[in-house]
Each structure stands twice: as structure tokens, then as C-alpha cells.
Design a protein around this ligand. Sequence first.
Ligand code: 3VV
Length: 194
Amino acid sequence: MSGSSAALQPPADAGKPIRHPDAPAPGELLGAHYEHCFGCGPGQPHGLHLEVRAGEGVSLTAEFTVRPVHQGAPGLAHGGVLAAALDETLGSLNWLLRTIAVTGRLETDFVRPVPVGATLFFSAEVTAVAGRKIYCTATGRVGGPDGPVAVRADALFIEVKVDHFIDHGRREEIQAAMNDPDQIRRTRAFEVNP
Ligand SMILES: CCCCCCCC/C=C\CCCCCCCC(=O)SCCNC(=O)CCNC(=O)[C@H](O)C(C)(C)COP(=O)(O)OP(=O)(O)OC[C@H]1O[C@@H](n2cnc3c(N)ncnc32)[C@H](O)[C@@H]1OP(=O)(O)O
């Protein structure tokens, strides 16, 4: 099974994504957007520690190595963890648009089982933008960037203001983030008009 639902088909008036002029150069490693992010944060011991590199246009590549803490069935990655890796990969595309956005919808195909110890090589791109709606797609391969497809996803991200996090996040983490100049710098890298 593959093919995304009607909710993930861009409307007729959608435009092509535009790479922000200050986006990281192709090949550049993108840092974590938040130290304690489950997907990319170095301060999250059981996190995915996804490593993401900017690509050409509004595309990127990412790598994630499955560890024993990510198991579902014995010796195999948990599907929810793989979906999280896809979500994080797709969310990282917003660095290249310099837009803050959250996942509205994520549709995932699990094509083959992924063993513990395997590295997933993701490639992702934004396919269309319509107002606040950002349409994107990602593929994860095993064994190498040209290996067989193990997972893929299509998603819709919705642009939000930084207030989305300030209004909804638990007070203590928001306060700590606001007191951290490095976090403020990272958040600004996402925003065209901070
Ligand atoms: C200094 C302070 C520190 C701050 C530090 C921050 C740094 C952060 C930097 C970067 C963070 C990135 C983090 C990446 C992590 C990986 C990505 C994730 O996992 S994100 C978490 C999972 N996602 C959510 O928790 C969203 C929960 N949902 C919501 O909050 C709302 O539903 C939201 C914002 C998505 C939409 O709500 P509305 O009220 O703003 O907008 P409406 O009007 O409902 O939707 C706008 C358009 O989008 C469509 N839409 C919305 N949801 C849809 C859906 N599920 N399916 C299809 N269409 C949908 C609607 O039909 C509408 O379309 P029409 O403009 O009318 O054409």
C-alpha cells in the first residue's frame, strides 16, 4: 500500500517551496532545534539523535541508527519510533524555509522491518506550499542512501508563531528555554520575522 490521502494533496493554487536565502548551505549539518527534543536533541539519552544535513533546494538528508531502546518486537525497531524519525526528518525541512511549523498530519508506509543496529538513510523534500500549509515527503532506506526502501511518509505541516509553544508548553520547560540565549538563537533561525 502506498499513496497519500486526499488531505495530503496540495490545492490547485499551491506554490513551489522557496529556499530561504539564509538557509544552511547544502551539506551543512543542521543542529538540534531544542536540546531535549526526542528526535534531534543531544540531551535526550533515549532519543533518536537524528543527524540532518541540508540538501539542494528545499530538501535534506538524515541518518538514524536504531538502538535497543527503540525496539518494538525483539531485535526490530518500533513502528512509532520510525514514524517519529520520519516526523523529525520532515520537521527539519522548516530550517530551509526558515519557518516554524508543526505536524498537522503524517501518513506512514512501513515497507520492511528495520533491525536494531541498522542505520536508516532518509531523504526528504517540501513539495508544495499553500498559505500556512507545507506539504512534504520523506523516504528512509536501509544499508545505505541507495539501499532498499524501509519506510516512507507524506505529511502536512502547519506554520505557527513561536507563541504556539509559549502558550501550550509546560511552564517549566518554556521558562528554561526562554532563559537560554542559545535556544533563543536557534528559535530565531526558524523565523523569517522573529
Ligand atoms: C523561546 C521559547 C521556546 C520555543 C522553542 C521553539 C523552537 C521550535 C522550533 C521548531 C519546532 C519544530 C518541532 C518539530 C518536531 C517535529 C514535528 C512535530 O512533531 S510537531 C508536534 C506534533 N504536532 C502538534 O502538536 C500539532 C498539534 N495541532 C495543532 O496545534 C493545530 O491543530 C495546528 C497548529 C496544526 C492547526 O491549528 P490552527 O488553528 O493554527 O489552524 P487550522 O485553521 O486548524 O488549520 C490551518 C489549515 O491547515 C489545515 N489542517 C490543519 N490540520 C490538518 C490536518 N490534520 N489534516 C489536514 N489539514 C489540516 C486546515 O484545514 C487549514 O486549512 P485551510 O487554511 O482552511 O485550507
